[in-house]
Design a protein around this ligand. Structure first.
Ligand code: 2AM
Length: 177
């Protein structure tokens, strides 16, 4: 079947201002840890990873998203962390908003009911800043990146992009004020 999109995922997308703050965290970390910088316009926090899907599945994903209910909430990425197993430097939150967890849980439950799966389990909410980073070197204390999440998005790997590090937003759903 024709492939509609690769590496599909639901995510929170930072505002332009927050993306700039995250890019500055990324660049400060890169001075210490090197690695491959994620493009500023592709920085995001994944809520649910769906993977490669054909055209028929896109409509089902839209249906899953359309019934998700939740209010807007504030996020504040105030930590720089490193995972040795995949050599990612990522931005994290010292306090994860319960509304974010509820949103991710609703998406996972909806995806499961709609026959998507088995899904990758819910992971620590994070924003990947650097891939293939060095394991050593003290990460700087970051200036936090904060924004009000008033929507969630469906995104996928950008087409015509050799590397899988650039993503594009396919659709957006508002979170009620
Ligand atoms: P990562 O940045 O930690 O690699 C697009 O690839 C997005 O989906 C990225 O945010 C990526 O997280 C996430 N992702 C990729 N594969 C995943 C998986 N198996 N489980 C959960 N998230 C995944």
């Amino acid at each position: 079947s024709p492939e509609a999109a690769s590496r599909l995922f639901f995510a929170l997308w930072p505002t332009e201002r927050a993306a700039k703050a995250l890019a500055s965290m990324r660049d400060d970390a890169s001075l210490v840890r090197a690695g491959r910088a994620m493009p500023t316009d592709s920085l995001h926090c994944t809520l649910a990873f769906v993977g490669d899907q054909d055209a028929a599945s896109l409509g089902r994903l839209m249906t899953v998203a359309a019934v998700v209910r939740g209010g807007s909430f504030d996020v504040r990425f105030d930590q720089l962390n490193y995972w040795p197993h995949n050599r990612i430097v990522w931005a994290g939150m010292s306090a994860v908003p319960p509304a974010l967890v509820r949103l991710a849980s609703q998406l996972h439950a909806g995806l499961h009911s709609a026959g998507f799966g088995p899904l990758a389990p819910l992971t620590m909410p994070h924003i990947t800043l650097l891939r293939h980073a060095r394991p050593e070197g003290v990460l700087p204390e970051p200036d936090p990146a904060a924004w009000c999440c008033a929507e969630f998005v469906l995104a996928c790997a950008a087409k015509k992009e050799a590397s899988s590090s650039r993503y594009e937003v396919l659709a957006r759903w508002p979170l009620a004020g």
